[in-house]
Design a protein around this ligand. Structure first.
Ligand code: SF4
Ligand code: SF4
Length: 348
């Protein structure tokens, strides 16, 4: 074909991903439940649409242009499509691979610059103190807890203190998760882990990034897993709560039970579920690069979660600073699970 652009030769995507793209049957099961497709109704918003675009680029049948770039970013990387695909195609990983090759959107430029110059998505200068450098238990708050959801960091440190721990709190530059999702180049920051053998996280995206970069000598855990192991005795709290699975904690890391069990261990607490829960949970659109580029979509996705919590007359509980920050901006009043734990954990 004249002018055919052989994208295949320019993509260093591994062979497994290319085979996965070729094995899409076009069944469209991945469209059902895609939070972005649900809002736009446009095929290219769905997993299927993006796989077909990737196929077209690989074959040289379509040309990479602005609309194609936009289509690959019009996705919150929530991973829901992957759970529906009968061909077991890792759709989000293919989308991520394509992003590395097609460049990013103009809306991402400032975000990338902020992370590269200030080590956080907000471009703010801050100095978070490093605490208890001799402790073997570490805590990585991440930039969202240092700069926005400070209440979660405060509650987490309070809970750990009540459990008898003074963790080594790391000096936290960004974990680079937004750059990873955008497909931008990442320079791994140097960190001093001191004597840490167990490192705890409140932010699921940070935990995912550390797990991905295999800090093999250090046990990496979400804070709810750690609390569950310690079997604390809670004071009663007679409230009805609804737990929202953050995409990173649930579908990306497979942690569904620990937060629920922590909540269920609180006497008097009634835990109810969303209609779409666990592997099927609705993405609230909170990830920073997605809501920066597609604020209206992110708003609609977040409001859907808020509406259902309200309809069920339950307090919304999250386990991700990204979700709580986004949902508060939309007028919701979510609580982080650590705020509840702190409230129900007496002083020793
Ligand atoms: S990762 Fe989520 S938003 Fe992206 S295509 Fe899949 S279901 Fe849709
Ligand atoms: S569910 Fe899987 S096989 Fe079916 S259209 Fe989506 S990506 Fe292709």
């Amino acid at each position: 074909m004249e002018g055919k652009y052989n994208f295949l030769s320019t993509i260093s995507m591994d062979k497994k991903r290319k085979i996965e793209i070729m094995s899409c049957t076009g069944c469209g099961f991945c469209k059902e439940g895609c939070p972005v497709f649900e809002q736009t109704g446009i095929e290219s918003s769905s997993g299927k649409g993006k796989i077909l675009l990737a196929y077209g680029l690989l074959q040289g049948d379509i040309i990479e242009d602005e609309s194609v770039t936009r289509a690959f970013y019009e996705c919150s990387l929530c991973k829901k499509c992957e759970t529906r695909c009968p061909s077991l195609i890792d759709i989000p990983l293919i989308i991520s691979s394509m992003r590395k090759h097609i460049g990013y959107l103009p809306q991402h430029e400032q975000l990338i610059q902020n992370i590269n110059t200030s080590n956080n998505p907000f471009g703010e200068t801050y100095e978070a103190p490093v605490l208890n450098k001799n402790s073997t238990l570490g805590y990585f708050p991440g930039c969202f807890l240092n700069l926005r959801e400070k209440n979660i960091k405060k509650a987490t440190l309070s809970v750990l203190k009540k459990l008898g721990y003074k963790p080594h709190v790391l000096n936290t530059s960004c974990c680079n998760a937004p750059l990873e999702r955008i497909g931008a180049r990442i320079t791994s920051p140097k960190r001093d882990y001191g004597y840490i053998n167990t490192l705890l996280f409140s932010c699921p995206a940070c935990l995912y990034m550390f797990k991905k970069n295999t800090y093999k000598k250090i046990q990496l855990s979400h804070i709810t897993e750690f609390i569950l192991q310690k079997k604390p005795i809670f004071t009663p709290w007679k409230k009805k709560v609804i737990y929202h699975d953050p995409c990173y904690l649930g579908r990306w890391l497979g942690i569904y039970d620990a937060p629920r069990q922590v909540l269920q261990n609180i006497p008097g607490l009634e835990l109810v579920e969303f209609t779409d829960t666990r592997e099927s949970a609705q993405c609230c659109g909170s990830e920073v690069e997605f809501r920066t580029a597609f604020p209206l979509l992110a708003e609609k996705m977040g409001k859907k979660v808020l509406r259902e919590a309200k309809k069920k007359n339950a307090l919304l509980v999250t386990a991700s600073p990204h979700c709580s920050y986004h949902l508060k901006k939309l007028g919701g009043h979510p609580l982080d699970i650590l705020e509840i734990v702190d409230n129900c954990l007496p002083l020793k």
